[in-house]
Design a protein around this ligand. Sequence first.
Ligand code: GUN
Length: 309
Amino acid sequence: MTARIIDGKAIAAALRETIATRIAALPYRPGLAVILVGEDAASTVYVRNKDRAAKAAGLNASTIRLPAETSPASLLATIQSLNDDPDIDGILVQLPLPPHIATDVIIRAIDPAKDVDGFHPDNVAALALGAPSLVPCTPSGVMHLLHAAGTNISGARAVVLGRSNIVGRPMAALLLAADATTTIAHSRTANLPDECRRADILIAAVGRANMVTADWINPGATIIDVGINRTPDGTLTGDVDFAAALPIAGAITPVPGGVGPMTIACLLDNTLLAAGRRRGSKAGGSSSGAIPAMKSIAGTFGSSAPEPR
Ligand code: GUN
């Protein structure tokens, strides 16, 4: 058997198309502000991609670039002015921040109604409680992929490998809300390969290249690889040994071209959702409403905490 490859690029393109159509029908252009502090190479690329995608979808997107030595007070003042700006519907502070800035203080300063990353504690709590709110983009993108792939989630055994605030924990909350029997596995988990081998749905989000090998995979399982790791020869690879998993899994995402494109599409979707909520019911609404697992949920999670190992 060869696993079906879940084409995140195509699924994200379709979602972006839907979002662009919805935005075009609005009487206003939703506003998204992305803040980048410093010049971290990966963050610079991510922010550029977010800005391009947002503009292509018809959002009124702007990137605010601040020097690495920006003071916490100055960053807080920038966020406050965006909170107060009626034309801004979504605010995203790219992480990681320079070490002299306390990430949790910055995230708490963002208006939860504009928190399109879904990292504010109010949104984290909402997700934990299953109440509608803004959901972190990467886990939200994974749910889209599972639905697009036709994966049966209700009653399935799902294992989330990794417990970060940005991916692992909100991912588990979403799967639980979709009625999966959900386990979070991590570096201290006893018999990690055994846990993973029990999974009908395996979400790998640890940030270690090719950590999941053939013997960790339940034959026929759906594997979603959130990892984006650069190997010494410069190529990108996921947390899963893709070639080894291919003959065993039922369906699998590639890296690149799997989860990555979905994260940005879901950011656009969150901005549309936030705009609709802020500006009134006629204004907009999330494309995620089409996804059954997302209907009963919403919320958020996150922090810039490094992935606990
Ligand atoms: N850095 C890595 N992933 C993310 C994300 O999803 N949001 C933000 N703001 N920063 C990140």
